[in-house]
Write a protein that binds this ligand. Structure first.
Ligand SMILES: Nc1ncnc2c1ncn2[C@@H]1O[C@H](COP(=O)(O)OP(=O)(O)OP(=O)(O)O)[C@@H](O)[C@H]1O
Ligand SMILES: [Mg+2]
Length: 335
């Protein structure tokens, strides 16, 4: 667990980049730092791996102050991914990925097999990519290598600063979905900096919204949306509210099922055609998929035991969405 307590960073004794912030990041959680340009996200992140030292306040990891270790040693246990990737241009892809394992003096076979395993994991074939140099890779491929490098020595913590910032919207969404899936599998503790609120809502369990170095609210996406702590939080989300609501509410929420329920669905006219659907899929994804599959009359959603859980048209879905929202606002339930 990472814990920041009353952390402040002042540059040149006049710019307070980070102003008395406190939060903790639970083990295995993806925690987002969001807010507009210059609000202190990068400064906060860099204080966690001691690229920047706080002016005051304390930061601990699993109860130990981060100042109790040499910065270099600390950083070997913390993966770090940045927007412009920062691959070493004169190193091959494999050498780039292997930097930290080599520093940790892993034997050669282990280093190589780890590099191959990671390339596979981020969807790049080792046969094709291992021996190539960064300049011969596209931006999105480089970003995947950057991620593989951050994961190389299996750190329990990964810090990511606008990791998908340089990508076009289509590639961005694709990589984001893959990375989200990967993160769920490997159960890392992740701090993600982004000014893209959709990215934050898709990827993060909880978020901290910053403004001018000050914490505005910490909470789940739903808490920020339905129980904003201030007018600032409310207006920060206002222009994208509808889409964010669809992103933060899952199919299992509106069907009142558990997040791990096993479901499949079929179009109303073809009851035999059955595909699994994940119960934690957002309504946004469900609607999008219905649209793509031409399920214009909705879909039948079944439990895995064959019982029909529900038959949902587009408008049923939206009606349930509205009433779920109403309950959320009144009840203060948190998902
Ligand atoms: N080394 C530095 N010296 C002086 N001021 C700095 C330094 N680094 C950051 N700042 C200032 O601190 C504030 C916060 O910067 P920071 O980089 O943390 O913002 P950010 O939220 O990451 O913004 P962006 O979304 O644009 O990356 C800004 O006003 C910035 O100008
Ligand atoms: Mg930044």
């Amino acid at each position: 667990m990472i814990r920041l307590q009353n952390v402040t960073k002042t540059f040149n004794s006049d710019t307070t980049a980070v102003d008395n912030i406190s939060f903790h990041v639970k083990e295995g959680e993806t925690f987002g730092l969001v807010g507009t340009s210059g609000c202190g996200k990068t400064t906060t992140l860099k204080m966690i791996n001691r690229l920047i030292e706080p002016t005051s306040g304390t930061i601990t990891i699993n109860g130990n102050s981060i100042t109790s270790q040499e910065p270099q040693k600390l950083r070997r246990n913390i993966g770090y991914v940045i927007q412009d990737v920062g691959l070493f241009p004169h190193y091959t892809i494999e050498q780039n990925i292997s930097t930290v394992p080599k520093l940790l003096e892993w034997n050669e076979r282990r280093v190589q097999s780890r590099s191959e395993e990671l390339l596979e994991m981020v969807g790049l074939s080792p046969e094709i990519f291992s021996e190539r140099f960064p300049e011969s890779l596209s931006g999105g491929q480089q970003q995947r290598v950057g991620l593989a490098r951050a994961l190389a020595a299996d750190p329990s913590i990964i810090l990511m600063d606008e990791p998908f910032g340089a990508l076009d919207p289509i590639t961005k969404r694709q990589i984001r979905t893959e990375v989200s899936k990967l993160f769920k599998q490997i159960k890392k503790t992740i701090v993600l900096v982004t000014h893209d609120i959709f990215e934050a809502f898709e990827m993060c369990d909880r978020l901290c919204l910053l403004d001018e170095g000050k914490m505005q609210q910490i909470g789940t996406p739903k808490e920020l949306l339905f129980h904003p702590a201030s007018d600032f939080v409310d207006s920060f989300l206002a222009s994208n509210r509808f889409q964010l609501e669809l992103l933060s509410i899952t199919i299992s929420n509106i069907l009142e099922l558990k997040e791990n329920s096993e479901l499949y669905w079929s179009p109303p006219s073809e009851k035999d055609q059955q595909d699994d659907i994940q119960a934690d899929k957002s309504l946004y994804e469900i609607l999008e998929e219905m649209e793509q599959r031409n399920h214009e009359n909705g879909a039948i959603i079944h439990r895995i035991d064959g019982r029909v859980a529900d038959s949902l048209s587009f408008s049923d879905l939206l009606n349930r969405f509205q009433s779920y929202k109403k309950d959320l606002k009144i009840g203060g339930e948190d998902g």
